[in-house]
Design a protein around this ligand. Structure first.
Ligand SMILES: [Fe+2]
Length: 423
């Protein structure tokens, strides 16, 4: 609450309202001087002046409320693309402008690159443009000096990069540009372009600076989270690949099953988080094979009954390895039950229908599709279309119907077979 008050109070002080009130107070003293007619005239003028001040103060208060709302929304997400999109939308709403641009710093090359563009600007071609951190462009200058800039007559500004307007078929008229810093490091530049009405004012710059502080923190947090997540995935993937290496005939299986599972999940109306869980579980689905005897795993012929019973223990073995990690419950469900079947003929528990977690059913289809289409020493892999039909024909018995619907869409739209060869 105190921080909110300080934020509001500090910004109100900077908006010029306080100065206007001081001037108004002086005018108030003058009003009592002169004859009655003059006093009435002065009073009417003052009434108008006061009403203007109140109007502007109300508008600023609305902006501050918006700013605080955006700040809390921005800090509630760790999804990098969501944070960037929110930052741009907040900029447009807060500054009543046509477009907003977020540049991030490429530390290695010491350049700025377009990360997100919102508004009526075409973004695809702009993504190719890179700006040096020097005085050759407005954003570059802001990044170099770490000072904001307000430019209302862009035609007179030599540093304006005309390439940007040309590539986007957009005409920049005015802009406010602020540096984004987190923990003393420059992470980017935030730009508001073309105010809908009139020119940008000093208070717009103050608002964007304040929003910029929040955006910088949110973007920095999201990037850190993304890095940690990437490292986690790389570690998990390295672990899964190391186990896969025990079986030289299934090279690339983990990668393909992870990709197929992700593609199916994306066509099943699942949330982004759920799709990620599916992908992670798919990467880990066979780690239980670490406990399978090498003689069985590397056998170049079909397994006998005893060997098969041993092999069937791998889902439970994988589950045991990770079951103590409570936050991975859904992930371990996918690993443990990816050989179950809706008709109850699967393993290890012989679960039926809805008893089987959806995540496991997705991996089951992806795993089977890859197994059918991969070559083995004792048989050649099936053609993708043949494997596709096999999966569709077994919907409701070996595979979950909803998952098969997702698989059909993924196969047709994403061309899963084609993507397979790229992995
Ligand atoms: Fe498996």
């Amino acid at each position: 609450m105190e921080a909110k008050y300080q934020m509001k109070h500090g910004l109100l002080t900077n908006t010029g309202i306080e100065h206007e009130l001081i001037v108004f107070k002086d005018h108030l003293h003058d009003v009592i001087e002169g004859d009655q007619k003059t006093i009435v005239k002065k009073a009417k003028r003052l009434e108008k002046e006061l009403s203007g001040i109140i109007d502007r103060a109300e508008r600023y208060t609305e902006k501050l409320e918006l700013l605080m709302e955006f700040s809390s929304i921005l800090n509630s997400s760790l999804d990098t693309s969501r944070v960037r999109e929110l930052a741009m939308k907040s900029t447009c709403n807060l500054l009543d402008c046509e477009g907003a641009t977020l540049y991030l710093v490429d530390k290695e090359k010491q350049e700025l690159y377009f990360e997100t563009i919102v508004g009526s600007v075409s973004s695809d071609q702009l993504k190719e443009i890179r700006l040096k951190i020097d005085e050759g462009s407005i954003a570059g200058t802001v990044a170099l000096n770490r000072r904001p800039m307000l430019i209302n007559h862009i035609g007179q500004e030599k540093r304006h990069n005309k390439q940007v307007d040309k590539k986007s078929s957009f005409t920049t008229k005015n802009m406010v540009c602020v540096p984004l810093e987190a923990k003393g490091m420059l992470i980017g530049v935030l730009q508001a372009v073309n105010r809908f009405e009139g020119e940008f004012l000093e208070q717009d710059l103050r608002l964007l600076e304040t929003l910029g502080h929040q955006v910088a923190i949110a973007v920095d947090n999201a990037l850190l989270y993304q890095n940690v997540k990437n490292q986690f995935y790389e570690t998990v993937f390295a672990m899964a690949t190391a186990i896969e290496a025990k079986d030289r005939y299934t090279g690339g299986h983990t990668k393909r099953v992870a990709l197929f599972s992700e593609l199916i999940a994306k066509h099943m109306d699942l949330s982004k988080e759920e799709v990620e869980e599916v992908r992670l579980s798919a990467i880990l689905h066979d780690i239980g094979k670490i406990g399978i005897d090498d003689k069985v795993l590397k056998k170049e012929a079909p397994l006998d009954k005893e060997e098969w019973e041993h092999m069937k223990q791998h889902p439970d073995m994988g589950y045991k390895i990770l079951s103590h990690v409570k936050s991975m419950k859904k992930i371990t469900d996918g690993m443990r039950f990816h050989h179950e079947r809706p008709d109850g003929n699967g393993y290890p528990l012989g679960l039926k229908g809805n008893e089987i977690p959806l995540i496991a059913m997705i991996i089951s289809v992806a795993d089977t599709f890859d197994a059918m289409t991969s070559n083995r020493p004792y048989r050649k892999g099936l053609d993708y279309d043949v494997a596709y039909k096999e999966i569709v024909n077994n919907a409701g018995t070996q595979f979950d119907k909803k998952v098969v619907d997702g698989f059909i869409k993924a196969f047709k739209i994403e061309r899963m077979g084609k993507k397979r060869s790229k992995t």
